[in-house]
Design a binder for this molecule. Structure first.
Ligand SMILES: [Zn+2]
Length: 275
């Protein structure tokens, strides 16, 4: 599953490549990917539309096409490739948007879980989340509210950080790296963590995500970003996937355990269970 930094990288690359292009036609080979509208309606509404901008809400990509908004979720394995309509269709390519300049965008998805949804003006995209929370890299991220939510919780901090109603955008890899840098054990309960430590978690989570976006995300779990962008962030991981190796700070052997149902990596010396 691509995590937020990968999706942000895809957004940035697509924005450079596609803004200003006009859709001439589309081919849809796997119709179940089109949600909310019929395939015919989808195709007729996007034709002739220009890509004005591409934004992101959580892991959703929003293509702003004049009055229409196309919302795409890559799910497990979705990738985009910039091609030409005359290129041979590869196995697992299910959709193409052809542009008036002779280029096209192909959608590749081995699992076929990705979705394409068209929203007309006045229809609101809910973002797949009930309560709106922000990513630590977002200007609207409310640090005080985050601190309060963590302090109130009796759950392990790892579970709290994976909860999209507390903080958005931190997947498993990024939570492990954040807690290592903040020197907080993943099993510590939210209500036992000091305000200073929570401040540190907020700061480190932002730095981790910023770095990951800058490097194009991580390629862990066979995910590779689209359009030739490689995930170099995996070279920057301190603990995640490094079980049995020495901690880069104190040389203690890094452990792998399970917290909140997820494989979790930590340094037992840097991240003490009790403070
Ligand atoms: Zn250590």
């Amino acid at each position: 599953m691509p995590e937020l930094p990968e999706v942000e990288t895809v957004r940035r690359v697509l924005a450079i490549q596609l803004i200003g292009k006009t859709i001439q036609s589309s081919i849809i080979r796997y119709e179940k990917m089109i949600k909310r509208t019929s395939v015919v309606d989808f195709q007729s509404r996007i034709v002739g539309k220009k890509v004005d901008s591409i934004s992101r809400k959580g892991k959703y990509l929003l293509f702003h096409l004049g009055i229409e908004t196309l919302v795409v979720h890559l799910r497990m394995e979705g990738k985009f490739y910039l091609k030409h309509p005359e290129d041979v269709w590869e196995k697992h390519e299910h959709l193409e948007l052809a542009f008036t300049d002779g280029t096209s965008l192909r959608y590749h998805d081995t699992r076929k879980f990705g979705t394409f949804e068209l929203y007309a003006p006045g229809e609101t995209f809910e973002g797949g989340l009930g309560e709106i929370t922000y990513e630590p890299i977002d200007e609207a991220f409310d640090r005080q509210q985050f601190i309060q939510k963590v302090r109130k919780s009796h759950r392990p901090i790892k579970a709290i950080l994976l909860d999209q109603s507390v903080i958005a955008g931190l997947g498993n890899i990024y939570v492990d790296e954040t807690l290592f840098r903040a020197k907080v054990h993943p099993e510590r309960r939210g209500n036992t963590i000091s305000i200073k430590e929570i401040e540190k978690i907020a700061t480190e989570s932002r730095l981790v995500l910023e770095k990951a976006v800058e490097l194009g995300g991580s390629t862990i779990r066979s995910y590779t970003s689209s359009l030739g962008v490689t995930g170099r962030f995996q070279n920057e991981l301190f603990v995640h996937t490094h079980a049995g190796e020495p901690c880069p700070v104190c040389q203690t052997t890094i452990l792998k355990t399970r917290v909140a149902g997820r494989g979790t990596y930590l340094c037992p010396t840097c991240q003490k269970r009790r403070k």
